[in-house]
Each structure stands twice: as structure tokens, then as C-alpha cells.
Write a protein that binds this ligand. Structure first.
Ligand code: ZN
Length: 63
């Protein structure tokens, strides 16, 4: 499974509407709209993805 960065939906990469390779990474999208939206702001979506991974929301899980 891969995550559509635009709508955050998990999609099966074999069933994704479209995929594209951007800056050496492959991205999958559930619809033409999501793909078009990513193309409008690729750096914004990529930065968001990276900050999600490096800054987990539940860092202090026992609080
Ligand atoms: Zn989508």
C-alpha cells in the first residue's frame, strides 16, 4: 500500500489512478484531481510528507 499525499488515502499501487516520478521518488494518486493537485504544489506536498515522518504527533505517547 502507498499513500496518496494529496488526500492521504491509502491506495494499492497496482490500482492507483496514476503515478509519477518526481525528483527520483515515485508517487501514486487515487485520481486525476489528486495528481493534478500534486503537480501544482509538489514541493509543498513533499515537505509535508517529510515533516510527518520526522515529527511524529505522538512523540510523548504516555502523556
Ligand atoms: Zn487522492
Amino acid at each position: 500500500m502507498v499513500t496518496d499525499l494529496v488526500c492521504k488515502m491509502e491506495i494499492d499501487e497496482t490500482k492507483a489512478f496514476s503515478s509519477l516520478t518526481f525528483d527520483g521518488e515515485k508517487y501514486f494518486f487515487c485520481s486525476e484531481g489528486c495528481c493534478a493537485e500534486f503537480m501544482r504544489h509538489p514541493n509543498e506536498y513533499r515537505r509535508r510528507k517529510m515533516s510527518d515522518e520526522s515529527d511524529p504527533p505522538y512523540e510523548n505517547g504516555n502523556v
